[in-house]
Design a protein around this ligand. Structure first.
Ligand SMILES: *[C@@H]1O[C@H](CO)[C@@H](O)[C@H](O)[C@H]1NC(C)=O
Ligand SMILES: *[C@@H]1O[C@H](CO)[C@@H](O)[C@H](O)[C@H]1NC(C)=O
Ligand SMILES: *[C@@H]1O[C@H](CO)[C@@H](O)[C@H](O)[C@H]1NC(C)=O
Ligand SMILES: *[C@@H]1O[C@H](CO)[C@@H](O)[C@H](O)[C@H]1NC(C)=O
Ligand SMILES: *[C@@H]1O[C@H](CO)[C@@H](O)[C@H](O)[C@H]1NC(C)=O
Length: 345
């Protein structure tokens, strides 16, 4: 009797698995994730062996561009290049709203960024279909009602929504396009980083698909949506859901969610963003290489103030470019003569 019930459960499980894989594969027209290759008979050969690792979608890194632009800045290109170099065995997918149609291969726009990124075999550009990404999540109804022309912070808000939906549906690593990756991030699961003692940030997220915490974040997004408040759906959302999840106001790892210290991803607080544009003699860079996995450049601060980078000045940002995105850096150097200021974002 037990044996029959067991086989029945196994059949149900196998069926559920194939539906799940089919469902995921349909989104964005992705033909198949690597995990699709898991052989079903391995699960139903009756050996009773435990699965060494269940469905794991951690092998992918995601970036998102929610505006229509396709001519990316040096910093943006550097960010994707650094992720591609740090994860040679992962697909680094850049979802872009400005890519027409589903046939991304032939639709690649021509720009220096695309020509650099296309030299990395693990970088993929895919069209971003928001309605499809938000389908079967709480964001579906919110997006259907959204009047985009009335949104004060449309692109940031869409970007906040996209990262939660990507993590929930696919799992993997999400990165903002102003993060420079210093080390491989694949060991992180269900993790995010502190930007200060009282705030977590979503420029880096690493979650498994269908994670309960991410599910709560999606629900909070629609339940407490306030488009006019900067960051309300971003760091503030992650922070309030985490506080509720942990039942405490001191932010720390709890209930399966890992909260990483500031140095891991935000070693330089946004108030000190100018440090990236100061000449670096080596000790700060060495410290970052020792204690950080990636650095968030706070694009909004430097772009908003029109800050440029002087080529050959050896500011911290230039040293990071030279080391972690040498292809972008070499292009930048060709574009700008020594001692010229370059717009990097
Ligand atoms: C069943 O699958 C397991 C792992 O997938 C494998 O090690 C084992 O040899 C298989 N047994 C049979 C009888 O095919
Ligand atoms: C991209 O193009 C837009 C419009 O043509 C322009 O305003 C912007 O500065 C360009 N950005 C970059 C990084 O070249
Ligand atoms: C990357 O994506 C391609 C197709 O999009 C797929 O064939 C390949 O297996 C993927 N590789 C990894 C490591 O995920
Ligand atoms: C969206 O907002 C614009 C500008 O306020 C308005 O003209 C338009 O009618 C609105 N669209 C819908 C579908 O409500
Ligand atoms: C990931 O974790 C494994 C096991 O703890 C360790 O051996 C490996 O070096 C780690 N990889 C990276 C890139 O940190």
């Amino acid at each position: 009797m037990k044996k029959i019930a067991g086989s029945f459960l196994l059949i149900v499980f196998t069926f559920a698995l194939s539906v799940h894989v089919k469902y995921l594969s349909n989104i964005f027209g992705i033909s198949c994730f690597p995990q699709c290759r898991i052989k079903k008979q391995d699960r139903s050969n009756g050996s009773g062996e435990p699965e060494p690792r269940p469905l794991s979608f951690q092998r992918n890194v995601f970036f998102v561009e929610t505006s229509q632009r396709t001519n990316f800045s040096f910093l943006f290109t550097c960010s994707v290049e650094s992720a591609a170099r740090a994860h040679p065995n992962s697909n680094v997918t850049l979802f872009m709203r400005g890519l027409p149609g589903a046939d991304a291969g032939s639709g690649w726009p021509r720009s220096f960024a695309v020509s650099i990124l296309s030299t990395f075999p693990n970088v993929r550009l895919k069209p971003l279909d928001l309605a499809e990404l938000f389908s079967n999540t709480p964001l579906h109804g919110w997006y259907a009602r959204l009047n985009q022309s009335q949104e004060r912070y449309l692109f940031p808000v869409l970007s906040d929504a996209c990262r939660l939906a990507l993590m929930y549906k696919f799992g993997g690593v999400y990165l903002d396009t102003d993060v420079i990756v210093l080390r491989n991030l694949m060991n992180f699961t269900n993790a995010l980083g502190l930007q200060s003692s009282h705030l977590v940030n979503g420029a880096f997220l690493a979650f498994q698909p269908k994670d309960e915490f991410m599910g709560l974040c999606l629900q909070d997004f629609v339940d407490h949506y306030q488009g006019n408040v900067w960051g309300h759906q971003g760091p503030n959302l992650l922070t309030r859901v985490l506080e509720w999840w942990c039942g405490i106001s001191t932010l720390a790892s709890c209930r399966g969610v890992t909260v990483l210290r500031e140095e891991a991803f935000y070693p330089i607080p946004y108030q000190n963003w100018k440090v990236y544009f100061r000449t670096e003699h080596g000790s700060l860079l060495k410290r970052l290489q020792k204690t950080s996995y990636a650095v968030h450049i706070w694009n909004k601060m430097s772009a908003g103030s029109g800050t440029r980078m002087k080529v050959g000045s050896n500011v911290l940002l230039e040293r990071l470019f030279a080391e972690y995105c040498p292809s972008t850096y070499s292009h930048l150097r060709k574009q700008a003569d020594r001692n010229k200021d370059v717009k990097i974002n």
